[in-house]
Design a binder for this molecule. Sequence first.
Ligand SMILES: *Cc1c(COP(=O)(O)O)cnc(C)c1O
Length: 224
Amino acid sequence: MITAEAFRQLTLSLQGTQTTLIAVSKLKPASDIEALYHLGQRDFGENYVQELVEKQAQLPADIRWHFIGHLQSNKVKYLAPFVHLIYGVDSFRLLSEISKQGEKCGRQIPCLLQLHIASEETKFGMDEKEMIELLEHYEAQRAQLGHVRIDGLMGMASFTADEEQIAAEFRNLRAMFELARQSYFLGQEHFRVLSMGMSGDYKIAIAEGSTHVRIGSLLFGQRR
Ligand SMILES: *Cc1c(COP(=O)(O)O)cnc(C)c1O
């Protein structure tokens, strides 16, 4: 069940900001997506490849699908024909695979680099040094990577009630975004996505300059 009232409030609060709402529908039925679609939402986020492929096949063709989960290189091919934006790129290997699959589909696939900004340990996401290494590698091989496009960065703050810590982590991500833009994408309009903020911290993220908030439970209720 979707929460139509939460959607209205969220849409209202984003009006006049530069922020796009990504409705995160992972583990929720297609009927929930349809309900939000009928209220005007077009951008949906999913975490699991098979689930996304199944939903894409049965839902309206003008939905923009954002893959926000961890993507294994061997599964890029299933998303390549239709995905709107791939989040969570944290290796050169994955970046090259996206370009390879983009070429097969005759399209350039937009993606975001995932940065690790939280205090919790996780195997996903790069630190600043790894980001720079990846971008150097990318710059050197750009001619061979014509079917992938880096549109910006994404990251997740710590799971904590400390709002000052969350704000500081988002500021850190924004600083890395500016660094990447200045050093590698100056004058390239497509590098403009800074995706941060979820149900619990999206207000802080917007205040810190988020362009794409990813919101699940606030719209669809708790997941099982
Ligand atoms: C699940 C998920 C979200 C949405 O989380 P909520 O707390 O339900 O809003 C956002 N981003 C990523 C990467 C996720 O995996």
